[in-house]
Design a protein around this ligand. Sequence first.
Ligand SMILES: C[S@@+](CC[C@H](N)C(=O)[O-])C[C@H]1O[C@@H](n2cnc3c(N)ncnc32)[C@H](O)[C@@H]1O
Length: 333
Amino acid sequence: MPSYALLTKESANRVYADAAPDLLAAELSAVAEHFSFEVANVGVSSLGGVPYVLFDGDELTNTDQFIASNLSGTRALFAKEGDTLRPLDLQPLEWFDDDLISIQRYSGKTNEQFTHLLLNLTIAASTAARDRAARGDQVTLLDPVAGRGSSMNRGLMYGFDVAGVERNDKDVDQYRNFITTYLKDHRVKHKAETERFRKGELSGSSAFDVDIDRGRQSLRMACGDTAKAKQLMSGQNFDVVVGDLPYGVQHVATGKNVRRSPVELVQDSARAWHSVTAKGGAIGLAWNLLTMSRDDLTVALQSAGFTIVEHPRSFEHVVDRAITRDILVATRS
Ligand SMILES: C[S@@+](CC[C@H](N)C(=O)[O-])C[C@H]1O[C@@H](n2cnc3c(N)ncnc32)[C@H](O)[C@@H]1O
């Protein structure tokens, strides 16, 4: 039976680097159903003192090799022949230079590799995304708690149309500056427009739209409350909805309302997130287990109409003393 070895990416963050091999094994197990063969014996092993994720199966098809190449933690892929590792070509899906993901540095940024993991798990659960990609159409992504756009950037990298909702106007301004400067510096044609809502329930909110390379991709980011995601996105549906929820270490304030915990944010917003998820689409959320239990998040998503996806392995990992992070993926039928 052919065997394979995945070498994990170097991570700038030491804590994440320690968790990376187990997270890669969990990611591989979660997407295994999309391989052309049964992926067997997934595990982490040390070869020459370096951790690898090993798995057994059959000859890799082009699609299998593509999936393995685009796992968030894959640095290199090898066929394992006895004690010998034979390198196989990687096929990373990169519509932009890698610096789109790595240039931005700011406090509160979600780890890039973790963002990639969250998106991959959500795509794997979204039949809407895979059907659309199979038709050659643009997959659509929304981050309902977008910060300064790390998931949107990962979506752009995959060639998706992307959108985000973020209540903090400074983050939205920073992201607009970043993305327009990035496109200009990389000589990508683009057109940006800003819309301000002056009346009705969206009063005080705004949004900016960027047309990238004459319609090749689109980007919309709204500044407002995620509980109004549907209105802020003008009723559009998304194949994948991905977000790294506020960790609840600081209070979460929205205009007049002060939500004291991520639980309240999710309870107030889950219906809105369901209404912007396309039929057959999926939502993937990351959160701090020390401020919200898995059960609380599960109940909030189920009450809004989502169906929870069970993964074969856990994604729980320690980020620091105040944050233990986990991932929950759910689908909309
Ligand atoms: C963990 S951060 C996301 C960071 C983001 N992934 C990044 O790398 O830039 C969570 C974000 O949720 C935003 N947020 C909290 N409550 C919100 C609400 N009601 N509506 C929209 N955004 C909200 C916060 O302002 C914060 O930027």
